[in-house]
Ligand binder design. Structure first.
Ligand SMILES: [Cu+2]
Length: 386
């Protein structure tokens, strides 16, 4: 007994020291020493938590009941105390009871568990779909619909090599941080379709109650509906090679308005990055691009039909002061705005290709085609006046 207690003591001490050396809660960082599941922020995560506790409690009651009867029998019916055993070897009521009761207990656990598993797989009625691709060793995200439709990027570990090699102090999100997190709106059902490019990975975010394998050549899907704004973290949960531990998952849950803002800037960044201000563009190219810029940046004031709002925002359709006039005045207007009015300077928001496109668009859209000088403005014209 003494020896056993000693062994247990050493074991506990060893465990505690290993645990505290390796897994330390950092202030503001993820909880790493907690024993319970995370409380979670999705209905599925709450269900999983509830199921875990419900089943654990049922098991504990059974454990105590069964071992209680066993211990009682061992002690009270030991040979020295009870040398002549009972002759009874059949009892209909007991046999029935211990068949029916466990059966009912299993049904009682299986019904809610099955309900949750089915709910986990029910991706119907999603508000938005994101495709997640596992790569050795990073995640790729593609937004398939909604305001971020077409946005795609790779999300890579951002912990420095110096921290990994132990040459710099670790910070609170050590190995749980990425350069570009997945961003999703709060209170929206997000369908996640998963695949992989090389080997099997698994996309797991405990706070969402989500863990789904990403398998090359297959599409799997799952979903989550985060009910709280915040940043949630997870890790690849399928051993996928040398850097398996270095492909964390970070999801930022934001309000719908912030999400739309983020989506617009992502989209802009991806198209603007490909722009070459030195190139000479065709009129058709400038018109197509200009229509996009106009309908995302200028339309709120000057209106889609170019008529503006009389008395507040001037019409650009038929405007002879700037639009149907030599290009210089309009370029300066869009670059620098008209100080003291709602017409802002766009020089920092739009690049030269975008400014040249939107100007070319306004000079040829609606009823303006063929009416003014300089119908086409090239990015180099804008660069010259910056
Ligand atoms: Cu992986």
């Amino acid at each position: 007994m003494k020896k056993l207690r000693g062994m247990l003591g050493t074991g506990a001490l060893l465990f505690a020291s290993v645990a505290s050396a390796q897994l330390q809660d950092m202030p503001g960082g993820p909880k790493v020493n907690q024993l319970d599941l995370p409380v979670g922020v999705t209905p599925i995560a709450h269900d999983i938590m509830w199921l875990n506790w419900m089943i654990l409690i049922v098991c504990t009651v059974i454990f105590i009941g069964v071992f209680g009867v066993m211990m009682y029998s061992v002690v009270m019916h030991r040979k020295s105390r009870h040398p002549v055993p009972s002759k009874r070897d059949e009892h209909m009521a007991i046999e029935l009871a211990w068949t029916i009761i466990p059966f009912l207990i299993i049904i009682g656990m299986a019904v809610p568990a099955t309900r949750t598993v089915i709910a986990m797989k029910d991706t119907s009625g999603a508000d938005m779909t994101v495709k997640v691709t596992g790569y050795q060793w990073r995640w790729g995200y593609d937004y398939l619909d909604g305001s971020a439709s077409g946005v795609h990027f790779l999300s890579t570990l951002s912990t420095t090599q110096a921290q990994i090699m132990g040459k710099a102090p670790k910070d609170k999100f050590y190995l749980m941080e990425v350069d570009k997190p997945l961003v999703v709106p709060v209170n929206k059902k997000i369908r996640v379709v998963l695949t992989a490019d090389d080997v099997i990975h698994s996309w797991a975010v405990p706070d969402f109650g989500v863990k789904q394998d990403a398998i090359p050549g297959f599409l799997r899907d799952t979903w989550f509906k985060a009910e709280k704004i915040g940043t949630y973290r997870g890790q690849c949960s399928e051993l996928c090679g040398k850097n398996h531990a270095f492909m964390p998952i970070v999801v930022k849950v934001v309000s719908q308005a912030d999400f739309d803002k983020w989506a617009a800037s992502e989209k802009k960044a991806s198209t603007s990055a490909a722009d070459d201000p030195k190139k000479t563009y065709s009129k058709a190219e400038l018109m197509a691009r200009g229509e996009k810029v106009f309908s995302s940046t200028c339309v709120a004031c000057h209106q889609a039909n170019g008529k503006g709002i009389p008395g507040t925002f001037p019409a650009l359709d038929g405007d002879t002061k700037f639009v149907l006039a030599p290009k210089k005045g309009q370029i300066l207007t869009v670059l620098n705005g008209h100080p003291g009015t709602a017409m802002a300077a766009w020089r920092d928001q739009l690049n030269d290709v975008e400014i040249a496109s939107v100007i070319t668009y306004t000079r040829n859209a609606w009823g303006n085609e063929g009416k003014g000088p300089d119908p086409v403005v090239q990015p180099s014209d804008v660069t010259a006046l910056r």
